[in-house]
Design a protein around this ligand. Structure first.
Ligand code: ATP
Ligand code: MG
Length: 580
């Protein structure tokens, strides 16, 4: 139970429905545990005993009416208990799920990128769902069942002293502790399988998500059969673990019922010859039944608890992951930065021990258009991604205007940077809203101006719904070049002092690229621009070029200087020009 303690705070906002649920739970338990055995003991004899022959019909009706009244009370309290539990449950679920989602927003990019999206979704959907089921079951049955057990035992004791049945009652209860054995056995079996079950659910979701994201590749490479087989295998594993859990969970109730039947048999043996009244005997049997009932439910609760533990493990894997990219305790106050970017002896590794940038130093003065060139995998994108602090340098420091990026508030830092990534993503919304993400307080005129500068306006106007066109998931309804122009417009609109363009024009035809170059020339005035491009036409008129090779800056200068003095630059340049 200790594991769940930090999560009990989720119960606090729902305490009203929860208190209502508990109230009705107690009422329900008392109705079961006390009123039903009492009905049998006190009401039936009135009808059946010979001494009562000749009762007026009205009295008989009244006596009979107690039965539906008791059941009505039981039905209403049972219903309201379930209703309020469900109500609290869904609210708890909502809160847990949102917290999980919020945590995913805070975690470093490297964490999210390193995990399968489907698995993270599955944790957020089905594990939170399981945790909710566990918390509500514990909150409801945790009260209802013990109350019912105590109430029935108390009823039994009262019956025992009222009649001559003390020994009889004790005998009938002798087997109750035995019922704990199957509960414990099943609980142990469930815990391992529950973890497996949740993991398998994650795998199935991952297969779904991955397949849908690669819909084109699947068709292009004819992977339909392979994908279906992989999915079927994951799905089969899931079903197998579901069946394994069901096998144990479903065995619990019959096992306890057999023990209960044995209890009744023992009671019968002891009852023989005691001259106990039939009605008292049936009442004891009823009470006995209602005392095994909570044990069954407590057993089910135990299973639910174990499954909750498994879900919790999987949620805490994310919830307890440290948020490494955090605001400093005393952040340097920053408004609009000038944009002087410095790397001082920066080493960086995605995976510990495998650095991709080695002791790298560079200075990019404010207002410089700086091109990063070099072979694929040399570390250009990595370099650019360290500026907005998407990752943390392993050693050394990245500075802007002389301040370590770790000394600023993350939001302040990133407000000063506009980025067009190698693979820009749009949200499934209108073009207008996608552009507005660049700067939510921009006016419509500013949005249109940015679109015109990015040479996006003309194609947007040819679309049937213009700026109100929905772009599809990740922008899938647009061409690569159209997506890039929107991403550029979004970055222009941001009007940040530092602009990072990672292959931002690679999908454009050479004419559009030329237009964009012109627009860039206007826009970059007074801004620091890091531009990564394989096409030399894009970078030739950068005022500074950094040449990357195997995680280091091996040369820097202007095109003319580098072409004359750096063999790598010269060969990269010549290869492209001889190809063209
Ligand atoms: N998320 C990641 N996790 C682990 N390794 C990565 C990750 N991203 C990049 N790398 C590795 O880091 C190295 C540098 O990658 P980077 O993306 O910076 O290269 P690049 O110069 O931008 O190449 P390209 O011109 O092909 O875009 C490569 O060896 C790459 O395999
Ligand atoms: Mg790259």
């Amino acid at each position: 139970m200790r594991r769940f303690r930090p999560y009990l705070r989720y119960l606090k906002p729902v305490r009203r429905p929860l208190i209502a649920a508990i109230f009705y739970a107690v009422l329900f338990a008392l109705t079961n545990g006390v009123s039903l055995p009492a009905l049998i003991k006190y009401v039936f004899p009135v009808i059946f005993d010979r001494d009562h022959v000749g009762l007026p019909l009205g009295t008989v009706i009244l006596i009979a009416a107690t039965i539906p009244v008791a059941f009505l009370l039981r039905a209403v309290s049972g219903y309201l208990n379930s209703y309020y539990i469900q109500l609290s449950g869904v609210r708890i679920l909502e809160a847990i799920r949102t917290d999980y989602f919020r945590k995913l927003q805070q975690l470093p990019l490297s964490f999210v990128q390193g995990k399968a999206a489907g698995d993270l979704i599955s944790r957020g959907m089905s594990d939170t769902g399981q945790l909710q089921a566990t918390l509500t079951t514990l909150a409801s049955d945790g009260i209802k069942q013990p109350v019912q057990l105590i109430a029935t035992l108390a009823t039994l004791v009262v019956f025992a002293f009222g009649d001559q049945g003390v020994w009889l009652v004790l005998a009938s209860l002798a087997l109750v502790p035995l019922a704990v054995l199957p509960v414990r056995y099943v609980g142990k079996k469930v815990i391992k399988r529950a973890y497996q079950l949740q993991t398998n659910l994650g795998v199935v979701t991952t297969r779904f998500a991955e397949n849908l994201a690669a819909a084109r590749e699947v068709r292009a490479f004819g992977l339909e059969e392979r994908e279906t087989e992989r999915f079927a295998a994951a799905s089969h594993d899931l079903i197998t673990s579901q069946v394994k859990i069901a096998k144990y969970v479903q065995a619990l109730t019959p096992a306890i019922e057999v023990i209960a039947a044995a209890g009744i048999a023992v009671t019968l043996v002891f009852a023989y010859g005691t001259g106990i009244r039939e009605s008292t005997f049936v009442a004891i049997i009823t009470a006995l039944y209602f005392s095994y009932e909570p044990i069954k439910k407590l057993g089910a609760m135990n299973n639910e608890y174990k499954r909750g533990l498994a879900a919790l493990d999987r949620l805490e894997f994310v919830l307890h992951e440290p948020v490494t990219i955090t605001d400093p305790a005393q952040p340097v106050p920053v408004g609009r930065l000038a944009g002087h970017v410095g790397f001082e002896g920066v080493t960086f590794a995605y995976n510990p021990g495998e650095p991709v940038l080695h002791d790298l130093s560079a200075r990019i003065p404010a207002g410089t258009v700086c091109a990063l060139v070099g072979p694929s995998g040399a570390g250009k994108s990595t370099f650019a991604n360290l500026v907005p602090r998407f990752y943390e340098a392993t050693a050394g420091r990245v500075t802007i205007d002389g301040h370590d990026v770790r000394a600023m508030r993350v939001a302040d830092l990133r407000r000063n940077i506009a980025l067009v990534s190698q693979d820009p993503v749009l949200f499934n919304d209108t073009i207008y809203h996608n552009l507005l993400l660049g700067r939510p307080d921009a006016t419509r005129d500013e949005v249109l101006a940015a679109a015109i500068d990015a040479h996006a306006d003309d194609f947007i106007r040819t679309l049937p719904h213009g700026y109100e066109t929905i772009v599809g998931e990740r922008g899938s309804l647009l061409s690569g070049g159209q997506k890039q122009r929107l991403a550029l417009a979004r970055a222009f609109l941001r009007n940040a002092p530092i602009l990072i363009l990672d292959e931002a024009t690679s999908a454009l035809d050479s004419q559009s690229e030329q237009f964009i170059q012109e627009a860039l020339r206007k826009l970059v005035v007074g801004k620091t621009v890091l531009i990564i491009a394989h096409r030399f036409s894009t970078i030739r008129d950068a005022s500074m070029i950094l040449v990357f090779d195997r995680g280091q800056v091996v040369a820097s200068g202007t095109h003319a200087q580098l072409y004359a003095g750096n063999a790598l630059y010269q060969s990269l340049y010549d290869r492209q020009h001889s190809a063209a």
